[in-house]
Design a protein around this ligand. Structure first.
Ligand code: ATP
Ligand code: MG
Length: 148
């Protein structure tokens, strides 16, 4: 069983897509183990995306992530990290596969609706960045949701 950190980014929250994003993950049998709305300060967005601090898009990305509320969640399931990334689609919506969240809803390579951890190492940093232990359902309460 894997856990991964997903963020519904400010563009998607502003456009009323919170429910659609969560629905797609639940429909694939992933379980929501933690969920909250957060408004990141710019410095908090910088800390979250620190792996990208040397990239030319870093300042724009972190300002975008702090521009409005996000919805952060912990999703759990077998192979959750890869399954979430598949449902998200490629970073650039023009490269994203048909039927993915980013292909369907992203408006640019930056405003691309959703974040998902890209490895177990990233998930181990990102989950506690947003959630403390009491805010995540305990293993016994958190089986896999049947696929719809
Ligand atoms: P995320 O980490 O948000 O799940 P990702 O893993 O698909 O996305 P990364 O390479 O980690 O992509 O980039 C992090 C985020 O930075 C992207 O989701 C996007 O919002 C933004 N970004 C990435 N590349 C660019 C770019 N060339 N121009 C503008 N913004 C970009
Ligand atoms: Mg990434």
């Amino acid at each position: 069983m894997e856990q991964t950190l997903v963020i519904v980014k400010p563009d998607a929250v502003a456009r009323g897509l919170i429910g659609e994003v969560i629905r797609r993950f639940e429909a694939e049998g992933l379980t929501v183990c933690g969920l909250k709305m957060v408004r990141l300060a710019h410095t908090e967005a910088e800390g979250f995306y620190q792996v990208h601090r040397a990239r030319p898009f870093f300042d724009s990305l972190t300002r975008f992530m702090a521009s409005g509320p996000c919805v952060a969640m912990v999703l759990k399931g077998e192979g959750a990290i890869g399954r979430v990334r598949t449902l998200m689609g490629a970073t650039d919506p023009l490269q994203a596969a048909e039927g993915t969240l980013r292909r369907n809803f992203a408006t640019s390579i930056e405003k691309n609706v959703v974040h998902g951890s890209d490895s177990t190492t990233s998930a181990a940093f990102e989950i506690p960045y947003f959630f403390n232990q009491l805010e995540i359902r305990q293993p016994a309460e958190c089986g896999e949701t049947p696929a719809m």
